[in-house]
Design a protein around this ligand. Structure first.
Ligand SMILES: [Zn+2]
Length: 206
């Protein structure tokens, strides 16, 4: 395998990059100067060595101090424990954070569940239950399932709801989903603040 075809193969494994696009990128990179390679090597090395998974919300975060095992947001004492958002990516969390409409806490699943998959087997179920129990001990009242209004997003919310229903009932925690502020297919990460606020204010309880 040539260096170019190896690079093309790696790039085509990235989300949203098809084989043709990957080939174009591989040639683009091949034509860059030395500085570009030094920058990208340094950047990848920093990401590799400083990334961590938060012990509370499961988000990827970056820190040099090896003793810290939770992210800045989870360390923030000014955030309430009453509301917990379940969502699939750090990108969605960042959009919600930028809008400033939420001051609770998060749990990041890292993925959505394909519609063909009807069990939560590929979800971090143990971490999820642990997060609910620990949050409940600190006063959790509501879990907001914030996924995109796409078939896969709605399917994921449905599976999680089934999985956490019993523990939520037992501990008197409500389960809600943001209202239809988003039109069908809208991704949370592309929603503006007004749309997000509207969706959060019009939550439906499950
Ligand atoms: Zn965290």
């Amino acid at each position: 395998m040539t260096p170019l075809s190896k690079l093309t193969e790696i790039l085509s494994g990235l989300p949203g990059i098809g084989p043709r696009h990957a080939e174009r990128l591989a040639y683009f990179i091949s034509n860059k100067n030395e500085t570009f390679f030094e920058d990208i090597e340094r950047s990848l090395e920093e990401v590799r060595s400083q990334r961590k998974r938060c012990s509370e919300c499961r988000a990827v975060f970056y820190i040099k101090d090896p003793k810290v095992d939770n992210c800045e947001l989870c360390r923030d004492k000014n955030r309430n424990y009453e509301q917990l958002i379940f969502t699939d990516t750090e990108i969605k969390r960042n959009s919600i954070e930028r809008s400033g409409i939420f001051n609770g806490r998060y749990f990041i699943l890292g993925k959505t569940i394909p519609i063909t998959d009807t069990s939560p087997s590929r979800m971090p179920v143990d971490d999820m239950m642990d997060r609910i129990k620990r949050s409940s001990d600190k006063g959790l009242k509501e879990i907001i399932l914030t996924f995109s209004y796409t078939p896969e997003g709605e399917h994921t919310a449905e599976i999680i709801k089934k999985t956490i229903k019993d523990i939520c009932k037992e501990r008197d925690i409500k389960i809600s989903v943001p209202g239809r502020g988003f039109s069908a297919g809208t991704e949370v990460e592309y929603s503006d603040t007004d749309t997000l606020r509207h969706a959060f204010n019009n939550r439906t309880f499950k």
